[in-house]
Design a protein around this ligand. Structure first.
Ligand code: 5GP
Ligand code: ZN
Length: 112
């Protein structure tokens, strides 16, 4: 999608530090890490947020979670958090579906 930061990252028009890539998903380190390990897993297809998940794209989203599980095993992450912010009040700043994966520090619950 034109004018989408993460579509530009998927296309390679904006550089990023790759964690994992396949035909459906791309994972890369967050530019402003909130934990010692903080990367984002995104579908290559533009999906605006969790609210835009439906039967036409849910298999891609499921695949993103398989990718998270695979990376967690590969990185030996035994405790981590997966977060998706939906809408501005929740803190979404990029409107291309992404799952934050955060690990390597104590985390509070409930989140702030
Ligand atoms: P959100 O605020 O939408 O939940 O998450 C967007 C995330 O994208 C933020 O954590 C932010 O640091 C990250 N981000 C924004 N611009 C860039 C960029 O150009 N490169 C990378 N790697 N991450 C970015
Ligand atoms: Zn996009």
């Amino acid at each position: 999608m034109e004018d989408c930061l993460f579509c530009k990252i998927v296309a390679g028009d904006i550089p990023s530090k790759k964690v994992y890539e396949d035909e459906l998903c791309y994972a890369f380190y967050d530019i402003d890490p909130q934990a010692p390990t903080h990367f984002l897993v995104i579908p290559k297809q533009h999906i605006q947020s969790v609210v835009a998940i439906d039967s036409s794209n849910s298999a891609i989203v499921a695949h993103c979670f398989e990718v998270i599980a695979k990376i967690a095993v590969d990185m030996k992450m035994d405790s981590f958090r997966v977060v998706s912010n939906i809408g501005e009040q929740a803190g979404q700043s990029v409107f291309h579906l992404h799952f934050h994966v955060l690990s390597g520090r104590d985390m509070t619950w409930p989140p702030g």
